[in-house]
Ligand binder design. Structure first.
Ligand SMILES: [Zn+2]
Length: 272
C-alpha cells in the first residue's frame, strides 16, 4: 500500500527518498476543506510545501479569492477570515470590513489613527457609503496548475483502497506525466486551458455563519471519465465550476461532452 510511509512514492515528482511526514489536503483548508485528505506517503514533503506556498498560497491569497472568502466567511488555516478593503465615499478613507471571533461583522478605518475621525464621521452623517474594489481573477496559468494538482490528488484518493493502485495506475501512467510536470514545475506549456462556468449563485450553499447554523462546504468536486477515454477533474468553487483535462492541455473533449449531455453539470446530473 502506498499509504504507509515505508513504500511511499510521490504522485508528483515520483521520489521515494524524500520525507513523507505530511498529510495532504486535496482541496486547500482555506476553502473550508477538512474532509478530503490524502494520508502520508502519497505526496512528499517538498511537493507538499511547494504547492502550499507557491500555488495554493498565491491563488488563495489573491485579491479575487480573499474577497470571495470574506464574502462567504471562510477562515484560513490560521482561522482568520480575510478582511475586505473598501474606501469611504466621497472622502476616500481606507476602511476594513471583517468578521470578529464571535461571528459579528465590523467595519473600521484601516489606519487606527483614523478611529476618532471615523467615529465623528459616523456621528455627523447617518449613512456611510463605501466603494469596494473588484479584483481580477487570479493568473490563469497558475490557476490551471492549481486545478491539475487537485485533480491528480483526487485521482490518487480514488485509487487508495486498491493495493498498489496508485503506483500502477497513477504514478506509472505516463498519460498523467504532462499534468504532473506542469502542476509541479510549471514547465512544458505556456497554457493549459480549462472550462469555467457559473452553475449556481456564490452564496447558495451557505447558511449564515453568524447565527450559528451549519454551513455547507464551498467546494465540491468529481472526476469525469468521458466515452473518449478522457479524464476531467471538475470542481465548483464559490459557485463557479472549473473543468480541466488531466490527460493533456486540450479542452475540446469537454465541450463535446457538454454538447452530448445537454450542457449538464458533471457535478449535478439532475441540476444543482
Ligand atoms: Zn514529490
Amino acid at each position: 500500500m502506498t499509504n504507509s510511509t515505508e513504500n511511499a512514492q510521490c504522485i508528483f515528482c515520483k521520489t521515494t527518498s524524500a520525507p513523507f511526514t505530511s498529510i495532504e489536503h486535496i482541496v486547500p483548508e482555506s476553502l473550508g476543506n477538512t474532509d478530503y485528505i490524502l494520508p502520508r506517503g502519497v505526496v512528499c514533503d517538498p511537493c507538499n510545501n511547494y504547492f502550499a506556498s507557491k500555488v495554493e498560497g498565491r491563488i488563495l491569497g489573491s485579491d479575487y479569492f480573499r474577497q470571495a472568502r470574506h464574502r462567504n466567511g471562510i477562515p484560513s488555516k490560521r482561522n482568520r477570515i480575510p478582511i475586505q478593503e473598501a474606501l469611504s465615499f466621497p472622502d476616500a478613507m481606507r476602511l476594513e470590513m471583517g468578521i470578529a471571533r464571535d461571528g459579528s461583522p465590523y467595519i473600521g478605518p484601516a489606519d487606527e489613527s483614523q478611529n476618532d475621525n471615523f467615529a465623528s464621521r459616523l456621528l455627523n452623517s447617518n449613512r456611510l457609503t463605501a466603494i469596494f474594489p473588484v479584483a481580477d481573477p487570479p493568473d490563469q496559468r497558475l490557476f490551471a496548475r492549481f486545478l491539475l494538482a487537485m485533480g491528480l490528488e483526487a485521482l490518487a484518493d480514488r485509487m487508495l483502497p486498491v493495493p498498489r493502485g496508485i503506483e500502477v495506475d497513477h504514478i506509472n501512467n505516463q498519460h498523467l506525466d504532462e499534468a504532473r510536470t506542469f502542476a509541479r514545475y510549471g514547465s512544458g506549456r505556456d497554457v493549459w486551458p480549462f472550462h469555467e462556468a457559473r452553475i449556481y449563485p456564490e452564496g447558495r450553499h451557505f447558511h449564515d455563519l453568524a447565527d450559528g447554523t451549519s454551513c455547507d462546504i464551498p467546494h465540491e468536486y468529481t472526476l469525469l471519465f468521458t466515452d473518449n477515454n478522457e479524464l476531467y477533474f471538475v470542481i465548483a468553487i464559490f459557485g463557479i465550476q472549473y473543468s480541466i483535462n488531466l490527460g493533456g492541455p486540450e479542452i475540446e473533449g469537454f465541450h463535446q461532452w457538454l454538447a452530448a449531455n445537454n450542457d449538464q453539470s458533471p457535478l449535478y446530473p439532475q441540476g444543482p
